[in-house]
Design a protein around this ligand. Sequence first.
Ligand code: UD1
Ligand code: MG
Length: 450
Amino acid sequence: MPIALIVLAAGKGTRMNSDLPKVLHPVAGEAMLIHAIAAGAALGPERVVVVAGHGAEAVRRAALAHDPEAEVVIQAEQLGTAHAVAQAAPVLRGFDGDAVVLYGDTPFIGAETLLRMAEARARHDVVVLGFAPADPGRYGRLVMAGDGLERIVEFKDATEEERAIGLCNSGVVMAAAPLLFELVEAVGNDNAAGEYYLTDIVALARTRGLSATAVTCDAAETMGVNSRAELAAAEAAFQARARAGALETGVTMPAPETVHFARDTVVGRDALIEPYVVFGPGVTVESGAHIRSFSHLEGCHVSRGAVVGPYARLRPGAELSEDVRIGNFVEVKNALIAEGAKVNHLSYIGDAEVGAGANIGAGTVTCNYDGVMKHRTTIGKGAFIGSDTMLVAPVTVGEGAMTASGSVITRDVAPGALAVARARQEERAGFATRFFARLRALKAEKGRGE
Ligand code: UD1
Ligand code: MG
């Protein structure tokens, strides 16, 4: 069955007290909206429609950056969740698969949960995701009848009896897309909030003789974010799960509580992650690699046997092959560091290729940016770059070549050659002794004058 995701993301999020639209606030370094879209990806959706409103331009940019095929529709006025879903109808006209409604501020819905909903959809017309939190608070309540779902009642509209129900509405709904749009069209706004409630589609479906049911999941998955405090709680919950997951995979972390993961961090078995390491999006660390303290990694790949840090920064496109060494205060961006190469101290390697076994001396910088364009540096296999070499790109240092310490390399260096590009040293005998004696005498004279 083809699937369309409809992700509701138009709300303002007043309680965030922020200029940034709520769904763009990050959890684990990535907007909550992206977590929601990524969760829905478990269903292999053919279409992804994001309903934007507040901060629509920023929401559109974020959605497209993650999934260039996503479609963004605008809900100019936030009249309720059913009204929000209705805004997706025009772009999904003629789509006759299932539609799944997700919320942009509910980032943790599990893949397994969505798959169970899809299973339940084989037997029911409308499937709602429910959960039983410790404190049901102001969530909508699911009114069950046998194993069927009769209706959903919003907290504001619920009687005392209904408020006593522990089973709550997560907001996630699955139904055939044409049916969903037909039902949301029929929803009215005669309720305590004066809004068009998506939740009303259940009762509407039932009066048409259709069936509805609820699938339940752990409350941790349906955790929604409405305030900064809830955002912090969501972050903590995410990190706790990610750390536990990594430990279970066989990652060694002496202080897991100090390591920060991103949504998609992959760390292999027997990797060692020392205290205070931060992973941004898009990092894979292979088995047996070693990431030392205070390192920051994003969009990079670290192979088996590589050692990174302490105090290293790997930026997007950093690709470290096996047994590479990246040491303290080294930054690597968009660069391939081939097997066994070493960049051990105080260097910047950007837009470059470093050959296998090459040694990059302390303080080496690839001068990759001329103020307008970026240029590449290529360093051959087994080359030896002397300390404090400036490699002014575009430039190539051949296989097995050397550069002298302190060189500014502006032209290609042939394989096996030594390039020296620095002023020649000269010496003036006794100069320093005479110079300082004169300065001291001057100072003494001045002191007497005062
Ligand atoms: C909703 C559910 C409630 C459920 C709760 C779970 C309804 C009527 N109620 O209530 O049963 O327990 O979520 O968190 O659906 N949005 C729009 N446009 C709108 C209104 C909302 O895009 O016009 C988006 C919001 O940005 C948000 C999501 O829909 O991402 C949910 O809206 P929100 O106002 O938070 O609904 P709740 O009152 O929490
Ligand atoms: Mg809400």
